[in-house]
Design a protein around this ligand. Structure first.
Ligand SMILES: *Cc1c(COP(=O)(O)O)cnc(C)c1O
Length: 405
């Protein structure tokens, strides 16, 4: 599980990926993060921990997730062959369960009683509530009142799973306010609780730790793809919100110079301020939520409002390792807009019988554009990070008419 990648074997022991990452937090919180880092460094080397996590990946999540050659879609595009890494088939329907199980096991090992987190659309909340039940921890999820009203099915799921859902009524009553509320609650009792961050973001050690838990995606994919085709994929494509599913896929291939990598950000309604969440494409380095990275910010360094049709991509920051990979030119960061994304959502549904999450549909939208520029002998492996069940009501209400529904 430990990354052994030469040159990419990051972060350093202060949590820096080049100039990005680190830990910009109050001193009290730093002590807590140091404890988490020490505990994680221990379990990283503990075969018993890896045995348990591997067991749960296999028998609870259903890993390895398959790779599927999208032959109908590839034939239709008349370009490169598109392959899908099927994280949508995981228990709970997305890649997030991979790191939630890791974080829950870590909390248990550290003797914590409770795991807490914020959630926006409810995806991280559901995955974490699931992991908490399994591992035997209490679970508090902070969620803005506006999001609670919007995301009814996930709210109910968390309640069925026995999680404590705490409505947040301050500010805009959405994700950022939920982060603030959850952090305050955490600071009140950092001894019995662990804050489980939902992507490769936040202060050290979370960007490293969440990446390590997601690495299984790329490690499986590398082996599976070679077994299927005798080669490595020519291109990898993944959507980037905080960046965990993308790091999960990319990490195992970073040293394969012939493998091109694309991270796809949402260009939303337009590239005007407030109408997108294309952090690496349009942002500048800054500090948010305890770490340094590219950031969509105003002149004073305050985060700008962001928007995406996929609520899981709706974040003004991005994982620090992505910022480094961008500067190094190892990964290219590109965009897909709402319209291309909705098109990709219906095209995959109607060519392959797979309804993708709107987040994953961003990756697909870019892959479809890229495929048309390439030769049929070339390949593109797309991380299908989640299934679209959570999005169907919204898509049909908003776009159904345009697609004959
Ligand atoms: C949360 C989510 C994402 C975005 O998070 P990353 O950390 O960027 O991977 C992408 N896809 C799905 C299905 C999600 O639920």
């Amino acid at each position: 599980m430990t990354s052994t990648l030469k040159g990419y074997a990051l972060p350093d022991d202060k949590g820096y990926f080049g100039e990005y990452g680190g830990s910009f937090i109050p001193e009290v919180l730093q002590t807590i993060m140091d404890d988490i880092t020490a505990a994680y460094n221990d379990i990283r080397k503990d075969p018993e921990f890896h045995r348990e996590l591997t067991y749960l990946y296999k028998h609870f999540v259903g890993r390895p997730s398959p790779i599927f050659h999208a032959r109908n879609l590839s034939a239709k595009l008349e370009g490169a062959q598109i392959y899908l890494k099927r994280e949508d088939l995981n228990h709970t329907g997305a890649h997030k369960i991979n790191h939630c199980l890791g974080e829950a096991l870590l909390a248990k090992k550290m003797g914590k009683k409770k795991i807490i987190a914020e959630t926006g659309a409810g995806q991280h909340g559901v995955a974490l509530a699931t992991a908490a039940v399994l591992v035997g921890l209490e679970c508090d999820i902070y969620m803005g009142e506006v999001d609670i009203a919007k995301e009814y099915p996930n709210v109910v799921r968390m309640k069925i799973l026995g999680a404590n859902l705490i409505p947040v009524s301050r500010g805009t009553r959405t994700l950022k306010d939920a982060v603030d509320a959850a952090f305050e609650a955490y600071l009140e009792d950092p001894v019995t609780q662990l804050y489980a961050i939902g992507s490769v973001v936040g202060p050290h050690p979370f960007p490293m730790m969440v990446r390590d838990f997601q690495q299984v995606v790329g490690m499986e994919a590398r082996e599976q793809f070679q077994e299927m085709t005798g080669k490595l994929p020519d291109n990898l494509v993944a959507c980037v919100g905080g960046g965990s599913n993308a790091m999960g896929l990319f990490t195992a291939f970073l040293e394969d110079d012939a493998v091109a990598m694309y991270g796809v950000e949402p260009s939303g309604r337009s590239l005007k301020e407030g109408e997108h969440a294309a952090t690496l494409t349009l942002g500048k380095p800054g500090v948010l939520h305890g770490f340094k990275s590219y950031l969509l910010q105003d002149g004073e360094g305050m985060p700008l409002p962001v928007y995406s049709v996929a609520s899981g991509l709706d974040y003004p920051g991005v994982g620090p390792q992505h910022s480094l990979l961008k500067d190094l030119g190892r990964v290219q960061y590109v965009t897909a807009d709402d319209k291309e994304t909705i098109d990709a959502f219906f095209i995959l549904s109607r060519t392959e019988g797979i309804i993708p999450a709107l987040e994953s549909a961003h990756a697909l939208a870019f892959a479809m554009k890229r495929a048309k520029e390439l030769d049929p002998s070339q390949s593109i492996l797309v991380n299908l990070s989640g299934r679209g069940d959570k999005d169907i009501d919204f898509v049909v209400d908003t776009y159904g008419k345009d697609y004959g529904i």
